[in-house]
Design a protein around this ligand. Structure first.
Ligand code: ASP
Length: 422
């Protein structure tokens, strides 16, 4: 993967901030005047469960107001409020299908009763000042989803409305600026559908700078593609994490802020050593390096989108995974590979396990050097049908035919996990 080589090279820019991050603050004369600056910013990203309904959004607003360095916030679409609920994004994919197949009234009723109702509940409970604007936005979304579906466009426009409507509403409730990521000068895709990271980085830096210190809400997940009928394209599922990381990098590399943290707020206490629903003794990890979290994410740990690592890593922005349901927990802090907090002792050989599908367990090691011995241990002490060390650079082992709990147990018994927290 291209991302891996990106992470192993030194960060791309050498501003005074970078020197400070690498502990060489006074090594060059021009760095010193920045040493006294205290302009810090936190870029927050709230996932679907954190903006699922009015009570969750109220908590988000409390968190944002509690710390004035929380300048930019990226929001997902409202997710599940309870186990049987449906995410707004999934409702919108369904809307696109219905609009394409069954035409007018069935689609409109479905949109109003499901999508419209979710936003109206939030707006009326929290006292949004502009319910007329929300109605206008909902009607416009409903009409354009129908037009795009009947023209045979992709469902991207429909899907993007979950974040778009949520972002507008949250900006209104907070009295913050709203940034449209599909304006053409923010998140940008090329005509062939690939993401244009260079143009995006420049544009994002410019837009955040133009805000002149004002706070803003930015919908996650989508950007512009002038070659599509709607002009909109989304990242893959879970892509609001990517938007958040790009915004954090833009804040860090621009002139206004000299230290930035990307707070990625979700509904668990950080990145876990295994899915706690499958392994009851799994714990949250206090510190991970960018490379370690990339390996966990690429192996299927779904706490962070794999493409969300590179933008923050290249700008040396730490990523802090936090829990909106347990706001005093420090979560997981993801730092530069050279950071002392991410250095591993000889016994810390395994980061964690992922369970990408029912019969498979992937073990993510801290270094390729450890994979052979860990694989041998798993073969010797579990009844796994196959234990395969991945070819290539990724320090992962694929185990088939053994439960996650069994694999976890033998690694835990040998004391090979990295430091965990409660
Ligand atoms: N709402 C989108 C999804 O459900 C993107 C995101 O939540 O990050 O995949």
């Amino acid at each position: 993967r291209g991302w891996l080589s990106l992470l192993s090279v030194a960060p791309q820019h050498h501003s005074p901030k970078m020197q400070r991050l690498s502990g060489r603050l006074f090594s060059r004369g021009f760095a010193t005047h920045r040493a006294y600056s205290t302009s810090a910013a936190r870029v927050t990203k709230f996932g679907g469960t954190s903006v699922a309904g009015s009570s969750q959004i109220q908590e988000v607003m409390r968190l944002l107001r509690a710390d004035e360095t929380r300048k930019f916030t990226v929001v997902s679409a409202p997710g599940k409020r309870h186990d049987d609920d449906i995410k707004v994004t999934d409702l919108l994919y369904k809307c696109h299908e219905l609009a394409a197949s069954s035409g007018g009234s069935e689609y409109e009723a479905f949109f109003d009763d499901n999508v419209g109702a979710r936003y109206r509940e939030i707006a009326s409970t929290l006292g949004a000042s502009s319910s007329a604007e929300l109605d206008t936005d909902l009607e416009a979304a409903k009409g354009k989803i129908h037009d795009m579906a009947t023209r045979g466009d992709s469902p991207d426009f429909a899907a993007s409305r979950g974040e778009a409507l949520c972002g507008r509403l949250v900006a209104d409730l907070l009295g913050w600026e709203f940034v449209d990521p599909a304006s053409g000068s923010f998140i940008q895709f090329r005509a062939d559908g690939t993401f244009d990271s260079e143009r995006t980085a420049d544009a994002v830096r410019g837009v955040l700078g133009d805000l002149g210190g004002k706070s803003a809400v930015i919908p996650g997940f989508y950007g512009s593609n002038p070659a599509t009928p709607s002009g909109v394209q989304t990242f893959s599922r879970g892509g609001s994490d990517v938007t958040g990381s790009i915004v954090a990098a833009g804040a860090m590399t621009g002139p206004t802020y000299d230290s930035v943290i990307y707070e990625n707020w979700t509904d668990v206490n950080g990145v876990f050593s295994a899915d706690p629903r499958k392994v009851s003794t799994a714990r949250s990890l206090a510190f991970l390096s960018y490379t370690e979290v990339l390996h966990m994410a690429s192996a299927g740990a779904n706490v962070l989108h794999p493409d969300a690592v590179a933008p923050s890593a290249q700008a040396a922005v730490p990523i802090n995974i936090r829990n909106t349901k347990n706001t005093t927990h420090p979560g997981t802090l993801i730092v530069h590979d050279d950071d002392p907090r991410a250095q591993r002792g000889a016994s810390e050989q395994v980061v964690g396990l992922t369970t990408p599908d029912s019969d498979k367990v992937v073990v993510v090691c801290t270094a390729k050097d450890h994979t052979a011995a860990v694989a041998e241990l798993i073969s010797a002490k579990t009844s796994a049908g196959s234990v395969i060390v991945a070819a290539g650079a990724a320090p992962t082992i694929e185990v088939n035919g053994a439960s996650a709990a069994a694999v976890y147990g033998v690694i835990e018994a040998e004391g090979l996990f990295v430091r965990q927290q409660d």
